[in-house]
Every structure is written in structure tokens, then in C-alpha cells.
Design a protein around this ligand. Structure first.
Ligand SMILES: [Zn+2]
Length: 458
């Protein structure tokens, strides 16, 4: 019996450890490389994320593609066999890799069979240290980056971007407010010297985090110290300050999307105010609440929108919370009225305590199953690096539990204190107005033809 109890305790403990996704084996090597290691439940596989702390926002609008171009170049090969040879080596090891450059970081994403994890980490290290940036490779990589961005940036596209026709509603607003570059950054003027400088100043161990989740090799810590631990640290570079709102934007605008159609999308974008002591989870919870409120009002009660949604997005140093709805073109005024009434009611009565409690419980429950498997866990750590400290990631469920109805109401009142920005996306013509226009033109042609015949007869 005692033995059985012991086994139960043991099983409980290992399961508890495996389930606690927020505690990891995390430490820094002497050269500053941050390691985050987590034994995962799935056997035979590891997920690797190498996060380099350099992204698009670290450069001016003209040079913004530098880290992205360098990311592509790092896949151009580590010897004479070039890009193809490098890919062949990865194939032979049974792994897959990719990389992404975002506004905040550049990340190498690898899925690998556990038995080859050290060989694959060797290959990644080779890519970081042995890639030669030749002029030929730079010009090839520029073509790829250009193609990825939708081909050569034509005069027409540049003009459309300046007219805000090439941006989504939130991006358009961010450009207007000075939070985002107005035009797509180009690659053709970027030089080898610039690329080498980015590599030299930012691709250093003290600016990197290496996340490995899964069936970890027992020799991994010693291996990492010997190999990645030998990378030379650099004097850290300062990140550029994040863009702040530095221009005024129109309170309301219509944005043309396509030529003909009877649909429209309504966006109401609100900058999230900075409130001392307010956690990010409060805004997530408020987002959930507003999405449910939109759904109840616009879909269930009024049948105006099929899938209205609330969204949070960050541009530069500003977060936005937006309320959005897909609509029939002629229903836009009615939907705006419904949203105005919703706002007035929320300001007057506050959030419904029952709905708030239900959505808060759902958000806490979601934390138990939201991150499944090695890859998702590695991605989760990558996204949460800002909340990491000494072997622990902040526990979102714990933070959600602490949010009170009063706190959420206070945040809501501050959010609604500013009028925000309305953006309505719709095609140039509705079908009805287009058919009217065509009929008008036809009528005009007939009148002209008839009068011309009458004039000739005279
Ligand atoms: Zn790319």
C-alpha cells in the first residue's frame, strides 16, 4: 500500500513537472548567450529556436530590410556547395529549418530528430560563423527578398502606398500617425559593408537566446558550452527607441478596396492608454469581452455582421485595440449606431459582472491546453522572452486570476475616453450604383445618337 502511494506520488510529481510549462532550465553562458532548455513530453524530437535580438525596427525606413536580407544570406551556404549543399546537409540529418525577421527580432526555427540534435546545432553554428557574404550571393538574396515582398516595387505600387491603398486599415492608420514607414523598404542600395556591420554588431551571443524543447540530449549542456560558448560577445548596441505617435490622423476615413462590391468592413481603432500597474492580460481580457459584446449585438441581436471581431495590434511603441465588423455596404451607418450605443451602455453601467467572470474563467481554462507539443512550446517561449526571469516565465493564468472587475472597468473607461479612429474599407462602387452609372451612360449615348440623327436629317 505504501509502495502504491509512493508510485502515485512519483507519477504526480513527474506529471506536475512536465505540465508546468512556465518553469525551464534556463541559464546564461559566460559569453552572454541565454539558454532555455525544456524537456518535452514528445519523444524523438526537438524544437530549436535561435532568437537574435535584431529586427526591422532597429533601422531607419530606408535601411529597414537589412536584417531580413542578412537572414536570407545566412542560408546562402557555408562552403563552395552553396545554398543547395547547405540544404542537402540539413536533409541528410532529417531536420527542417526556416527563419523569420520581425519588427523586434530575427529567429531561426528548426524542427529536428532528437538523435541528430547536436549535428543540427553544429550546422546552425556553421551558418552563423562561416557564411561568406560575397557580392554574387548578396545580389541573389536581394532578388529573393524583392520577390517575397511581391516583386519589383513599381511606380504604381509606390503611388498606391502613398495614397494608402496598399495598406490594411490598421497599417494605414499607423502610417498616418507616424508609427510605421509609409513605403516598402527597398533592398537594391544596401551594401556588403552594411550587412557585415549588422552581423558584427548584432549577431553576438550576448544578443541571442537559444531555446531547445523536447527530447533533450544528456550531453547538451556540455556540448553547448564547448561550441556556442566559444562565440565572441560584442559591446551591445542600443536599440532605436520605438516610434511614438508624432502626427495627427483623420478621425474618420473611407479607404477604397477593389472596384465593385456590396460589402464593407468597419474598423474602430483605439490606442490602449498606458496605465500604471495594469497587466497586459487586462487588455486581452477586455478584448475577449468586447469581441463577445460585438458578436451579441451585431450578429445575434441585429444580424448585421457574420463575424465581427476585436483585435490587438502593436505598431512601434503603441498598442491598439480595435473593434471590427464585416458588413453589407448599406448597413454601415446602422452598425456604427449599434456600436455607439454599446459604448454608451458600457460607459454608463460598466462590464456585466457575470459575463466578465465567465470570460475570465474561459481565458484561465484556455491556458491549460493552449500550448501543445514541443514546437508550440518553443514558439511560446520565443513569444514570451520578455516575461522570462531566472528559470521562470510569467504564468498568464496566475495573472488572469488577479484581474478584478474594477480594474477591467477602469481600463475600459480610459480606453473609451479618447474618440479613437474610424476606418471604413469598401470597394469604389456598389453593384447598385454601378448599374445605375452604366444605365446613365447608356441613356446618354442613346440621347446623343438620336439627337445626332435628328440634326443630320435637318
Ligand atoms: Zn524573407
Amino acid at each position: 500500500m505504501r509502495c502504491l502511494l509512493f508510485i502515485c506520488l512519483l507519477l504526480g510529481a513527474t506529471q506536475g513537472f512536465a505540465l508546468d510549462r512556465n518553469s525551464v532550465e534556463g541559464y546564461q553562458l559566460p559569453n552572454g548567450l541565454q539558454l532555455i532548455l525544456k524537456p518535452g513530453n514528445d519523444r524523438g524530437h526537438v524544437s530549436i529556436r535561435l532568437v537574435v535580438g535584431v529586427g526591422l525596427d532597429d533601422f531607419s525606413c530606408a535601411d529597414q530590410q537589412l536584417p531580413h536580407l542578412l537572414e536570407h544570406l545566412l542560408f546562402s551556404g557555408i562552403d563552395d556547395t552553396g545554398e543547395g549543399g547547405l540544404e542537402e546537409r540539413m536533409q541528410a540529418l532529417g531536420g527542417e529549418w526556416n527563419a523569420f525577421t520581425s519588427h523586434a527580432d530575427t529567429t531561426f526555427v528548426i524542427e529536428a530528430p532528437a538523435k541528430n540534435q547536436r549535428k543540427i546545432l553544429d550546422l546552425l553554428l556553421g551558418l552563423l560563423t562561416r557564411t561568406q557574404l560575397t557580392e554574387q550571393r548578396i545580389s541573389d538574396a536581394k532578388q529573393v527578398v524583392e520577390r517575397e515582398d511581391g516583386g519589383h516595387y513599381s511606380h504604381l505600387q509606390r503611388w498606391l502606398d502613398r495614397q494608402d491603398l496598399g495598406h490594411s486599415a490598421s497599417n494605414q492608420l499607423a502610417v498616418e500617425l507616424g508609427l510605421k514607414c509609409a513605403e516598402r523598404a527597398e533592398v537594391h542600395d544596401l551594401t556588403r559593408q552594411q550587412l557585415e556591420a549588422v552581423r558584427q554588431n548584432w549577431y553576438a551571443p550576448n544578443n541571442m537566446s537559444l531555446i531547445i524543447v523536447g527530447d533533450l540530449d544528456r550531453l547538451l549542456p556540455a556540448y553547448l558550452e564547448r561550441t556556442y560558448g566559444a562565440l565572441e560577445p560584442v559591446e551591445p548596441s542600443e536599440h532605436r527607441p520605438l516610434a511614438a505617435i508624432d502626427a495627427k490622423a483623420d478621425a474618420e476615413r473611407e479607404l477604397v478596396r477593389g472596384v465593385v462590391g456590396d460589402t464593407a468592413t468597419l474598423h474602430w481603432l483605439l490606442p490602449e492608454p498606458v496605465i500604471e500597474g495594469q497587466s497586459d492580460e487586462t487588455w486581452s481580457l477586455l478584448r475577449d469581452y468586447l469581441e463577445w459584446a460585438l458578436y451579441s449585438e451585431l450578429r445575434l441581436k441585429h444580424g448585421l455582421s457574420y463575424g465581427p471581431w476585436a483585435e490587438r495590434e502593436v505598431f512601434g511603441g503603441v498598442s491598439f485595440l480595435s473593434l471590427n465588423a464585416d458588413l453589407e455596404r448599406e448597413n454601415v451607418p446602422q452598425a456604427r449606431q449599434v456600436i455607439e450605443q454599446l459604448k454608451a451602455r458600457l460607459l454608463k453601467d460598466g462590464l456585466d459582472p457575470q459575463v466578465f467572470a465567465r470570460l475570465k474563467n474561459a481565458a484561465i481554462a484556455r491556458q491549460a491546453w493552449a500550448v501543445q507539443g514541443n514546437s508550440a512550446l518553443a514558439d511560446y517561449y520565443w513569444a514570451s522572452l520578455g516575461d522570462y526571469e531566472e528559470g521562470h516565465f510569467a504564468d498568464p493564468a496566475k495573472q488572469l486570476k488577479t484581474i478584478s472587475l474594477e480594474q477591467a472597468n477602469a481600463a475600459l473607461r480610459e480606453l473609451f475616453a479618447e474618440p479613437g479612429y474610424i476606418r471604413i474599407e469598401k470597394p469604389l462602387f456598389g453593384y447598385h450604383s454601378l448599374s445605375m452609372a452604366i444605365l446613365g451612360v447608356l441613356a446618354l449615348l442613346i440621347i446623343v445618337a438620336v439627337s445626332w440623327r435628328a440634326w443630320r436629317r435637318r
